[in-house]
Design a protein around this ligand. Structure first.
Ligand code: HEC
Ligand code: HEC
Ligand code: HEC
Ligand code: HEC
Ligand code: HEC
Ligand code: HEC
Length: 424
């Protein structure tokens, strides 16, 4: 018995060691891929996906196609390589209708390696996996921070519980053998005929074993706890929300293919708190004439007809029965949180895509970011404010320079973390 418990202890010890080590290794790796993922989403998703062609080719297994050194050079400035006559580069460029890939001179080697790590990892994931497209991937990744850690813990608990069960099973068998040896009984025959019964008896015995029951309950509690915890965190987070709209309006077609500026329809984003949804009159600037009738054998497109119906337009004049189009709102902060578009778009110079994702590639708009407080606060921590040529910031900086020299100014250092800035 002592032997067994000694063995048990050493097994548990080494198990814990191994799991701690592997957790550390995994999180270091995850860190690289995570930074890579963020960069990829910021800089590459407008033209690339992992397993489908967007503007540029699918990047699945790209590091099998080229050397790392070549890739770093390519990503930093592909046109320079084409100009220098690099054979691979020229072939790639000409193979893609001479489309020019943006240069990224300010990406460091490490940053590019992180992006490549992320691409490699996503290449291994099954096709259509979470990381390939925008929103659902981001959803899984953000909650992944918490859940990865919990998952490791959970796995460790389950593995330990398993080992305990195996060890205890051994103990029980040994004990049984000892008992049997003592009174070498005729009962052996009974046992053989009652296989099923015997099995049931073992379970009964196992259920009486306190250690085993304890670990089983512990495992169950850990599992239910982490599942519940995760669910609670995601209450009210509508990342990936993509309602069906009353008219099949496509941003991909309007903002992407036809390159209509966001400002044309969402002028509010540059002037006020709300970005605002355009009224049907704005659509009529074009759709008085654009009926897409070539696609419908000369008839007006049924989707565009819906605009006409809303405005009671008969092709000549507007009638009296006008009513607004009832777009379904997608992004919606709770009433107690204050968010101002012009402050972010004009003052901070943040691109729409940073918060709303690659809208110009979306056929139907979905919520790209989680819009949680953590999301706002993290960006305020990370984003450096452009404070040049701004009298207000000049004063602030002058004041700050007296206190600390050469410190970077983030939104947080200007009070962007004060509760009253975002809450009424
Ligand atoms: C403006 C669109 C655009 C952006 C943004 C862009 N790419 Fe590209 N990329 C292309 C095109 C187009 C090609 C095909 C080659 C060509 O025409 O120059 C390409 C090719 C590549 C290739 C070679 C693929 C192969 O199959 O050999 C890699 C690697 C690559 N891009 C990585 C990136 C990374 C990483 C980023 C983000 C940091 C990025 N690209 C951003 C358009 C883009
Ligand atoms: C031709 C007009 C038009 C243009 C151009 C346009 N949008 Fe929109 N946008 C709309 C309409 C109409 C809706 C409401 C229907 C929908 O959600 O698809 C909308 C909805 C949205 C929403 C979701 C609003 C919500 O309910 O939460 C976002 C975000 C958005 N647009 C961002 C953009 C960005 C970013 C651009 C530029 C890349 C852009 N839009 C260009 C007309 C336009
Ligand atoms: C600046 C011009 C412009 C504006 C403004 C505009 N559109 Fe369009 N829209 C187009 C063009 C161009 C097409 C492509 C027509 C084609 O495929 O023949 C189009 C296509 C469409 C289609 C697809 C028709 C079909 O069946 O293929 C719908 C639906 C549509 N627009 C709705 C809207 C709505 C709703 C608004 C207002 C929020 C709007 N558009 C504003 C230019 C515009
Ligand atoms: C810093 C992040 C951020 C940036 C940048 C941003 N938005 Fe938004 N957007 C939001 C948030 C948060 C909401 C939800 C606002 C609310 O519910 O009060 C939103 C809501 C919207 C809506 C829904 C209607 C409304 O006004 O609430 C539209 C349309 C929209 N954004 C378009 C745009 C466009 C176009 C741009 C670029 C010119 C842009 N956004 C830039 C975060 C951002
Ligand atoms: C993409 C990054 C980013 C995200 C996401 C973001 N912000 Fe900001 N925010 C900024 C920057 C940068 C500034 C500083 C603008 C300036 O004054 O130059 C700022 C400023 C502000 C301010 C003004 C702070 C002050 O000191 O006056 C408020 C309020 C604010 N943000 C609210 C929010 C809320 C609420 C959210 C989430 C719904 C959010 N922001 C998400 C980047 C972001
Ligand atoms: C940069 C903007 C920002 C700042 C600064 C900020 N909040 Fe928030 N806060 C939000 C947003 C956005 C939400 C809504 C998030 C959601 O619905 O998940 C929120 C939600 C909350 C909630 C409700 C939580 C919930 O789960 O419903 C509380 C409580 C709260 N904030 C307290 C604070 C306190 C206290 C501070 C100051 C220490 C603070 N906030 C600073 C943006 C901010």
């Amino acid at each position: 018995m002592r032997n067994i418990s000694l063995l048990f202890r050493s097994v548990v010890k080494s198990l814990i060691l191994v799991s701690v080590l592997s957790m550390a290794a995994a999180s270091a790796h995850a860190q690289d891929a995570k930074e890579g993922k963020t960069l990829f989403q910021q800089k590459c998703t407008s033209c690339h996906a992992i397993d489908k062609v967007v503007v540029g080719p699918a990047l699945k297994d790209v590091s099998k196609r080229h050397e790392e050194e070549w890739l770093i050079k390519w990503i930093r400035n592909s046109q320079a390589m084409v100009a220098a006559g690099d054979k691979q580069a020229v072939a790639l460029f000409e193979g893609h209708n001479n489309l020019v890939m943006t240069a990224f001179p300010d990406l460091s080697d490490d940053q590019i390696k992180n992006i490549l790590t992320f691409i490699d990892e996503s290449s291994q994931a099954p096709a259509g996996g979470e990381t390939a497209q925008g929103a659902p991937g981001a959803a899984a990744a953000d909650s992944g921070n918490v859940s990865n850690f919990m998952l490791f813990g959970l796995l460790a608990v389950i593995v330990i519980a398993f080992i305990v069960i195996i060890v205890l099973n051994r103990v029980i068998r040994t004990l049984e053998r000892i008992i049997l040896n003592k009174n070498i009984v005729i009962e052996e025959e009974d046992e053989e005929e009652g296989e099923g019964k015997n099995y049931f008896e073992t379970i009964k015995k196992l259920a009486k074993n306190k250690k085993l029951v304890f670990f089983f309950v512990l495992g169950l509690v850990a599992f239910l706890g982490s599942a519940g915890w995760k669910t609670l965190w995601n209450v009210g987070v509508h990342e990936g929300y993509k309602p069906v709209q009353p008219i099949k309006f496509s941003h991909q077609l309007h903002a992407g293919v036809n390159q209509i500026e966001c400002q044309y329809c969402h002028s509010g984003a540059f002037k006020s708190k709300n970005a605002s949804i355009p009224s049907a009159n704005v659509c009529m600037n074009c759709h008085k004439y654009v009926t897409a009738s070539e696609k419908y054998n000369g008839e007006t497109s049924p989707e565009i007809q819906k605009i006409y119906n809303a405005l009671d337009w008969d092709g000549q004049k507007y009638g009296p029965n006008q009513r607004p189009i009832q777009w379904v709102r997608i992004h919606n902060l709770p009433d107690f949180a204050y968010f101002n578009h012009s402050q972010h778009v004009v003052v901070a110079g943040v691109e729409c895509q940073k918060c709303h994702g690659p809208i110009e590639t979306m056929d139907e708009v979905y919520q790209y970011s989680p819009l949680t407080m953590k999301w706002c606060v993290n960006c305020h921590r990370e984003t450096e404010v452009n404070h040049k040529d701004n009298a207000y910031y000049d004063q602030l900086i002058a004041a700050h320079e007296k206190l600390k020299e050469g410190d970077k100014i983030t939104a947080a250092s200007l009070g962007g973390l004060e509760c009253g800035k975002c809450h009424y």
